[in-house]
Write a new protein. Structure first.
Length: 402
């Protein structure tokens, strides 16, 4: 039987069984649901897009997968060339992996080994943000700051190699002043912290981070697994502030297959390049550069470019601001909107109990967590459909008046 994620299996509600999916819709036996979560923020072009389905089936007729150890193939070459050309600055070197968590592990390993390769053995610490989420593998959990993972702290004691700071410039400056000799990197979800509660912060924090990283020789890692491909209203936040290492996942393949990439700039790549085999990057997921995933990712990027997605996302933001304007309820702490993300944070999470079923009955799939009710819709959503998603939220609060 299936062991479901983040669930107490004994008390879990039966998951909705999906029989078909098309565009922004999921189909169950008795309902047609707008997916307001985009399957964990990844299905930006909607389901069963003919171009994406074709990319997969055509590649499958040649081969679905060959390993990248000692072999290479056109889909991986084309995708890495495309990313090198499409991503800002000198982010040119693409290390593929099968999931965002693994790609974060690769980024952290890269940053640490970059300094080890130069004989700098003191730079073992990582600076990261409170409320950060970087994935569920162990080092990713460590740099993350999720209360659900605090059992790790209980088991292993304080994590001395990770320093967490809030998204305030004074805290950033203080951390650099205190620890700069021991830091190998600063890792952030830029502008929008997703799983930590859709928390939004200002680009000035990232600009200052870039300056301090330059001054003290610390590598800056952007985990854009969630924010990449337009979610913040920017194509990538890396377009505004250039990191040394960029991590992409989720929407990389349009959400059609699990794949991710860690992209390094010239400086980082140069720290590994040379005649010494011990300075090579020792990592190699079995399914890295999977041919189906690379083929569909290429087409997904093409759709993103040709479909003028940044204006679509601006439109989603405008409609969202307009629709959410009047929303008021004593249980609401804050409504946050950025690009293709809206989050209603409530003071007490029990207020959101029953929301999922309420939305289901009205034709929307939603998955609130803790104190956060949010939507991250597929960018192909129509105005009418988006108004419906937001309307169901408003209706819920209207009938939950105290
Ligand atoms: C989802 C997510 C990850 C982990 O990606 P997986 O593919 O689930 O392993 C890492 N970082 C951020 C910011 C994410 O949102």
């Amino acid at each position: 039987m299936i062991w479901y994620p983040y669930q107490q299996m004994k008390t879990m509600r039966q998951p909705y069984k999906i029989l078909d999916a098309q565009g922004v819709y999921l189909y169950t036996q008795d309902q047609k649901l707008i997916d307001s979560v985009s399957s964990w923020w990844s299905v930006i072009h909607g389901y069963k897009h003919p171009v994406l389905t074709r990319a997969i089936t055509e590649q499958a007729r040649r081969f679905s997968h060959v390993m990248l150890g000692g072999l290479t193939h056109e889909p991986a070459q084309l995708l890495s060339d495309k990313l090198a050309q499409w991503l800002p600055g000198d982010l040119d070197y693409c290390f593929f992996s099968d999931s965002g968590s693994v790609a974060v592990e690769v980024a952290l390993k890269m940053a640490l080994q970059y300094y080890m390769n130069q004989g700098e053995r003191r730079r073992t610490k990582v600076l990261s943000l409170t409320h950060a989420y970087h994935g569920d593998t162990f080092k990713a959990m460590e740099v993350g700051d999720d209360e659900d993972y605090h059992f790790i702290l209980e088991a292993y004691g304080e994590k001395r190699d990770v320093i967490h700071i809030p998204t305030r410039i004074d805290a950033l400056e203080e951390a650099f002043a205190g620890y700069h000799e021991e830091l190998n990197c600063l890792i952030v979800e830029p502008l929008l912290q997703g799983a930590g509660g859709m928390r939004m912060y200002d680009v000035s924090f990232l600009r200052r981070a870039r300056e301090l990283c330059d001054r003290y020789g610390v590598l800056l890692i952007f985990d854009e697994v969630a924010t990449g491909f337009g979610r913040t209203g920017n194509r990538f936040v890396a377009d505004l502030v250039l990191p040394d290492i960029l991590v992409l996942g989720k929407a990389l393949t349009g959400g059609y297959l699990g794949h991710a990439v860690t992209v390094a700039g010239h400086k980082v790549y140069g720290g590994f390049y040379g005649d010494d085999p011990e300075k090579a990057l020792m990592h190699g997921p079995t399914f890295m550069g999977n041919a189906l995933a690379c083929s569909v990712a290429l087409k997904s990027i093409q759709l993103f470019e040709e479909g003028d997605y940044l204006s679509r996302i601006r439109r989603i933001e405008e409609i969202t601001r307009r629709e959410m304007k009047g929303l008021a309820h004593p249980g609401i702490r804050e409504v946050r909107i950025m690009g293709g993300c809206v989050c209603v944070e409530v003071k007490d999470g029990t207020l959101l109990q029953g929301y999922q079923q309420f939305a289901y009955e009205r034709g929307v799939f939603s998955r609130p967590f803790l104190n956060y009710l949010y939507a991250m819709v597929p960018y192909v959503i129509t105005e009418e459909e988006l108004v419906k998603v937001l309307g169901v939220m408003k209706e819920f609060f209207a009938i939950r008046q105290p």
